[in-house]
Design a binder for this molecule. Structure first.
Ligand code: HEM
Length: 407
């Protein structure tokens, strides 16, 4: 039996607790492995940097799970891993549909729109920290890294404030492994967003949803009702949990490297460059949703059969361009952290400019507002979310010097 026949189990709590060492060991053995995920799905997992770039852009690896859906359902495989949690959107489409959908959405969702939100994100970061600054201790996941991205995506899309808590709950539950509750949460999310789109059609406002409804390209093409809903659900889900975990992983890294936190506190203009190192050090999308081989193909020396699923371990690939020792070292001054945290190729993250701005603003405000920031219990281990796709801490229990002032 070759190493590639071994049933490697990934995504279990044991794997999550020790993920970087396990990925490093897998990289030593080869660039791609046959694995079984925690929900029982069998798939190929790419762990190497160069092979990840090849797989992410491979024309014979399809993002559309529909032709494979029946077999996946019969095998009871994970809806999110299969990427079919929300249809009618660019993430689960191949060209030419992907090209068309991405072009239409890009017209409304620009880097400029993200930049214009920066002052608002700064005010929001302060507001969230106002609630904890005097206490001297907090769980920063509950009070900061989780509420901030949901408020930002809701502000951008135009979701009224009183419904944001519902949206947060549905999104969180929708990411769980399949269950009655998970399915109910996704249908509640769909039903609410469908109603919101109807409201915006009747009374357009100055927000992204109203723009997506209006958007047309030169051929007078526009998004259908299903595509609008699929795109909206995608923006809420992709724009939320990912950024929560970028922030969570960055704060965890800073807490474990106080000298680098001190460096950034003294040089806040270096925070945007440091965000790239946080993305390399602990990429928040641990594995991409699966792609499917449209025909037999060779990948990293392995024969991938038509219909087989391939996922790319971005958390591994983002460290893999450096030698093992160097890869495991956080260095917020690293000149070129060539991570793959936002993917690569035609599906490269559309929200990357927004995620970068959010992270830079939030981390700058956090460092300024909470002097003396440290783990509440330095000997406690970080607990990682059990989610299949994302990687981030369950909680960030911290202490700091209490203050009532704004930094
Ligand atoms: C740190 C935060 C984020 C990370 C790490 C991240 C990561 C990714 C990755 C890896 C992909 C490609 C998946 C694949 O190829 O299978 C992707 C696609 C996408 N992301 Fe993000 N994302 C983040 C934030 C956001 C935000 C804030 C938004 C929007 C508000 C967003 C919207 C999208 C969309 C629409 C796609 C699909 C692009 C396409 O299929 O052409 N993401 N993201």
């Amino acid at each position: 039996m070759t190493t590639h026949d071994a049933p490697i189990l990934v995504g279990t709590p044991e794997f999550k607790a020790d993920a970087h060492a396990r990925y490093a060991a897998l990289r030593e053995r080869g660039p791609i492995h046959r694995v079984r995920s925690a929900d029982g799905s069998a798939l190929w997992l790419v762990v190497d940097h160069e092979l990840a770039r090849e797989a992410l852009a491979h024309p014979k690896l399809s993002k559309d799970p529909e032709p494979f859906a029946e077999r996946l359902r019969a095998a009871g495989q994970h809806i999110m891993l299969a990427g079919s949690g929300f249809g009618g959107n660019m993430l689960t489409a191949d060209p030419p549909e992907h090209t068309r959908l991405r072009r239409l959405v890009s017209r409304a969702f620009t880097a400029g729109a993200a930049e214009r939100l920066a002052p608002w994100i700064e005010r929001l970061s302060h507001r969230l920290l106002d609630d904890v600054a005097a206490a001297g201790s907090a769980d920063l996941v509950a009070s900061f890294t989780r509420p901030l991205p949901m408020a930002v995506i809701c502000e951008l899309l135009g979701v009224p404030e009183e419904r944001r808590a519902d949206l947060q709950r549905w999104t969180r539950q929708g990411m769980d492994n399949p269950s009655e509750g998970q399915r109910a949460a996704l249908s509640a999310l769909n039903a609410y967003l469908r109603g919101l789109l109807d409201d915006k059609r009747r009374a357009p406002a100055d927000d992204l949803l109203s723009q997506l409804i209006r958007v047309r390209d030169d051929d007078h093409d526009r998004l259908s009702g299903t595509e609008l809903l699929g795109t909206t659900v995608l923006l809420v889900v992709a724009g939320h949990e990912t950024t929560v975990n970028l922030l969570g992983n960055a704060v965890a890294a800073l807490l474990s490297h106080p000298e680098q936190a001190a460096y950034l506190r003294a040089r806040p203009e270096r925070v945007p460059a440091a965000v790239e190192e946080f993305l390399r050090y602990d990429a928040p999308v641990e594995t991409t949703p699966a792609r499917f081989a449209t025909e037999d193909l060779d990948l990293g020396g392995q024969r991938v059969r038509a219909g087989q699923a391939v996922a790319i371990a971005l958390t591994s690939a983002s460290r893999a361009f450096l030698p093992a020792d160097e890869a495991a070292r956080l260095d917020v001054t690293r000149p070129d952290p060539r991570h793959l945290a936002f993917g690569h190729g035609i599906h490269y993250c559309l929200g990357a400019p927004l995620a970068r701005i959010e992270a830079a603003v939030a981390l700058r405000v956090l460092l300024a507002r909470l002097p003396g920031l440290a783990w509440a219990d330095p000997s406690a281990e970080v607990r990682w979310l059990p989610a299949g796709i994302t990687r981030g801490p369950v909680a960030l229990p911290v202490r700091f010097t209490p203050s009532g002032d704004r930094g």
